[in-house]
Each structure stands twice: as C-alpha cells, then as structure tokens.
Design a protein around this ligand. Structure first.
Ligand code: HEC
Ligand code: HEC
Ligand code: HEC
Length: 439
C-alpha cells in the first residue's frame, strides 16, 4: 500500500470514529410537545415585529412551494445528493410546528436541531440565523405561532447514503456552525452594527453571496461575501467592486435593496428578486441604510473615495455610446438585437414602455466571467420582477435558437461590456436550456 493510500485509509477511519463518537456525544433529546398555545398573550406589536423579521429571513420564500399556501413548506431544493423539501412552519399540530415550545424553536434556529432531536440540513440557513438575539427570536416565534394553522404534509426529503443519516450533520456543524447571538463591535457605530446584524444574521446574505468549499461550508476571511452561487445563478461579490463596471456606492445599494433596480447597475432578476420582494423592500428605510453602511465598510479606501453621486446619467450615456458605436446591422448578433431587444433596451431610440429599461452597458451580468445569468434571462425572461413596477421581460426560449442566442451574447459582450468573448458559449446555452426546460 502506498503511503498516500495508507494516510487516506487511516484518515477515513479517523473521520468515521469522529462521526460515531461525535454522534453519541451530541445526541439531542426530544423537547416535550406543548399543549395548544394561547396566542392572545402575544402583543400585536410583538407579532408585527416578528413579521418584519420573517421578511428579513425570507422564511416565506423557502417555506412556500409554487402555488402552495404560505409557509406550508414543500419547496424542493435540488442538491447533488438528492432533494431536500422545506417544512410546514404554520402552527398546525400534526404537519407543522404547532407542538413546538419556544425552546424547541430556539434550538432549531441556533443549533439546527428539530423538536424531536433530529439534525436539520444546512439548506436551512441556521449558521446565519444562530446570530439572532433572544428578543428577536421571541418575536419571530410569536408571529409564526399566530399565523393560521394549515394542514399540509410536505414530501419527505430523500438523499442518498450516507447523506440520509442526519446524525452526520454533527461533523459538519463542528466545522461550520458558530453558535450564538452576534455581539456588537464597540469600535463601530450603532448603524454599522445594525447592518452587520441584519446582513450576517437573519438576512443570511452570505448563504448565496459567499463561495462554498467542497463540503458546502461557506468560505470565510477575504472570501466572505466575495461572490457565490444560488440555484444555478451567480451571486456577485458584495464586497470588492465585483464585476460591475462602476463601483456600487451607498446610494446605489439603498436604491437596489428597496426597489430591485439601480440605474447604475441593473435589476434583481433571479433568486435576488424574491429576496427583495418578500424581504428587503419590506424593511424600514433605516435598516436598508444600515445594511448599505455595513457593506460599504468592506470596500477599500480607494474604492470608497470614488464619488458615484454624479452618475445618474452615466447609464444612459454609456448605453448611447455603445449604441452609436456599431452599424446596427453589421453582424448577426446586431441584427437580432435590433429586431428582438432594441424596442425595450435602446436608451435613445427605444420606445418609452412601462417599467425600467436596465442599462446593458452597466449590467454586472454582462461583465461577469460567467454568462449564465444573461443566458437564463434570455431563455426565461423576467416573469417575476422584484417589484411589479420594474416591468416584465418576455421569454425568448421559443423564439431564438441556441445559435441565435450565442450570436446575441457575443454581440452584447463585445459591444456593451467590451470584455473578452466568453468561451464555450454553445455548450453553456445548450446545457442551461436543457436544465431549465425540466422546471
Ligand atoms: C434558504 C431556504 C430557507 C430559508 C430562507 C428558511 N428556511 Fe426554514 N428550513 C428550510 C429547509 C430546507 C428546512 C428543512 C431542513 C431539513 O429537513 O433538514 C427548514 C426547516 C425549518 C425548521 C424546522 C421545522 C421542522 O419541522 O423540522 C424551522 C423551525 C424553520 N425552518 C424556520 C424558519 C424560519 C423562522 C425562517 C425565517 C427566519 C426560515 N426557516 C427560513 C429552508 C429555509
Ligand atoms: C437566495 C440567494 C440570495 C440571497 C439570500 C441574497 N442574494 Fe443578493 N443576489 C443573489 C443573486 C443570484 C444575484 C444576481 C442575480 C439576480 O439578480 O438574482 C444577487 C444580486 C445582488 C446584488 C446586485 C449585485 C450586482 O453587482 O449586480 C446586490 C447588491 C445584492 N444581491 C445584495 C444582497 C444582500 C444585501 C443580501 C442580504 C440581505 C442578499 N443579496 C441576499 C442571490 C441572493
Ligand atoms: C418587452 C420589453 C423587453 C424586450 C423585448 C427585451 N427586454 Fe430585456 N428587460 C426588459 C425589462 C423590463 C427588464 C427589467 C425587468 C425587471 O427587472 O423586472 C429587462 C432586463 C434585461 C436584462 C438584465 C437582467 C439582469 O439580470 O440584470 C438583460 C441582460 C436583458 N434584459 C437582455 C435582453 C435581451 C438580450 C433581449 C433580446 C433578446 C431583451 N432583453 C428583450 C424588457 C425587455
């Protein structure tokens, strides 16, 4: 046996022992079911506060399946090892959390363990939720328990061996769960601390915006919030300048989080749209300001010094420049653009339709290393805008062939982003078309 193999053999044995010992050492007992809860003891203010917190945490986004009743679960989350279904978190006693005491709820949010003592999978973002204060968890509990109880049993989560053994999550938690409410940093302002609390806690921005390692743990340090992935979309970096051609200023972030649109950057089109619709747009303006302050504090001084307050017309100017640069019918991509897209997307010549016409010249997705977000938008359009006022974009799945989408992408990349061509476009378009067709 080679040395490397021996190390691997003993290594896996060590892991196995760790899982078994860890599993026994961290056995969780069941928390006794409660009698029917008297929700009249919760004040209307407490419930209203809990409702806002549920918005920050996107509880309804994940705990509602398409067409299903709110918070009754059953949303399928596909992972490489199978499918995880979200649970019913209405107070129904049989299928929901009606038998859960506050202690059971707190344990789930802080430790990722359900009332009966089973480990929950980290598709439920408890590594972020654990940072919530007791006071806020109590308000959330009051809100959840005061909703209508709806009987609905979501489909069973089914993962392949060994991931179907929930006890295995113990080891993962050792590595990636840092339990406990977030402590304010006395060196920072109250506004910064509020922003940090919302971003890192209930807002769980890093669940999508941080890259993950091969064990699905979020990478920390300089990688924290530096760009990740969600449901097959790329989630850009929130901390450096990312891929956006001009830097995100405080004002841009506030505008984007409250409306789903920033004139200097673009729209929330994919998984970010519900985060804004159900979550951020429901928050009071001071909370949005706080998150922006926190995110801006990651930028280098050099970036912070760039003044973006005068860039209101930059989007229009850059688009007009891109439009003026080419003879409209010079290439196949240009011809397709003028036929299929220009009516809505040309800033100068385009018809003034309802909704926004995001500047393509400033769109992060066109500047990104991955073409995926743009391909997805072309195939499926934008059917669920973050806010209705942004308008809808039609799907082109049935109007454009793969080859036509490739020509369009090449044209947009060269003309609007002025970046090197994306490689392997044919394959990407084909793969994403097949993937999104199933849905
Ligand atoms: C990113 C998706 C996602 C978000 C956001 C989310 N959850 Fe969940 N949640 C899940 C999934 C998936 C499960 C089931 C995990 C499992 O089966 O191991 C779950 C499980 C739970 C459970 C355990 C319920 C049970 O019956 O075992 C509770 C309680 C819960 N979530 C509460 C919340 C609350 C409160 C919020 C908002 C603050 C929230 N969740 C936001 C995905 C999510
Ligand atoms: C469910 C995953 C998810 C969560 C949670 C999430 N985001 Fe996003 N976010 C995305 C994705 C994906 C994109 C890019 C594509 C799109 O529009 O959906 C994005 C885009 C953005 C952008 C625009 C970036 C650019 O350069 O265009 C900002 C700003 C942003 N998110 C901020 C936040 C903040 C702040 C939070 C936490 C309060 C957050 N996001 C939580 C997935 C997520
Ligand atoms: C009927 C009008 C209309 C047409 C035609 C149209 N779009 Fe759009 N497009 C929109 C609107 C409106 C938005 C923003 C919608 C929102 O955020 O809700 C948008 C957004 C976009 C975005 C930004 C998405 C993001 O994630 O930031 C891209 C890229 C885009 N369109 C490309 C195209 C291309 C390429 C074509 C032609 C194949 C096209 N559009 C045709 C209306 C249109």
């Amino acid at each position: 046996m080679s040395k490397a193999k021996k190390v691997m053999k003993w290594g896996s044995l060590a892991v196995l022992v760790a899982v078994v010992v860890g599993g026994i050492a961290s056995w969780n007992s069941e928390i006794a079911p409660i009698e029917k809860i008297d929700t009249s003891t919760f004040s209307p203010e407490l419930i209203a506060k809990g409702e806002k917190l549920a918005s920050v945490g996107d509880c309804a986004v994940c705990h509602t399946r398409p067409g299903g009743e709110r918070m009754t679960g059953g949303l399928a989350m596909e992972i490489p090892f199978g499918t995880i279904y979200s649970t019913n978190i209405t107070p129904d006693r049989e299928t929901g959390i009606g038998k859960w005491s506050y202690d059971a709820f707190e344990r789930a949010m802080r430790k990722g363990v359900d009332r009966e003592g089973h480990y929950l999978y980290p598709a439920f973002p408890y590594t972020a939720f654990t940072k919530t204060t007791d006071e806020d968890l109590k308000a959330l509990y009051a809100y959840l328990m005061s909703q209508p109880a709806v009987k609905y049993q979501p489909e069973e989560t089914s993962l392949m061996f060994p991931f179907n053994i929930r006890q295995g999550v113990v080891t993962w938690n050792w590595l990636f769960l840092e339990q406990g409410a977030m402590q304010p940093d006395p060196q920072q302002s109250a506004q910064w601390n509020r922003g940090a609390y919302l971003t890192e806690g209930l807002g769980h921005c890093s669940a999508c915006h941080s890259p993950r390692n091969i064990m699905y743990g979020e990478k920390g340090g300089a990688d924290h919030l530096a760009g990740g992935e969600a449901e097959g979309w790329s989630a850009p970096s929130l901390v450096a300048n990312g891929d956006s051609p001009i830097i995100w200023g405080h004002k841009d972030l506030v505008e984007f989080m409250s409306t789903g649109f920033s004139a200097n950057h673009g729209v929330a089109a994919g998984p970010m749209a519900p985060v804004i619709e159900e979550g951020l747009s429901q928050l009071p303006p001071e909370d949005i300001e706080a998150i922006a302050t926190y995110l801006m504090s990651f930028k280098t001084n050099e970036l912070k010094a760039i003044d973006t307050s005068n860039t209101t017309n930059l989007a229009a100017t850059m688009n007009a420049m891109a439009e003026a640069k080419v003879e409209p019918l010079s290439t196949e991509g240009a011809r397709l653009f003028s036929g299929a897209c220009m009516a809505c997307h040309a800033q100068e010549k385009g018809a003034k339709l309802y909704g926004q016409r995001p500047s393509l010249a400033l769109n992060t997705n066109l500047h990104s290393d991955s073409p995926d977000n743009v391909i997805r938008v072309m195939l499926d359009g934008i059917q669920k805008p973050a806010l209705d006022s942004l308008g809808y974009m039609p799907a082109f799945r049935h109007n454009l062939s793969d080859a036509q989408i490739v020509s369009l992408l090449a044209y947009l990349r060269q003309n609007y982003a002025e970046k090197p061509a994306w490689p392997d476009l044919e394959q990407r378009v084909k793969a994403l078309r097949a993937e999104t067709e199933k849905q």
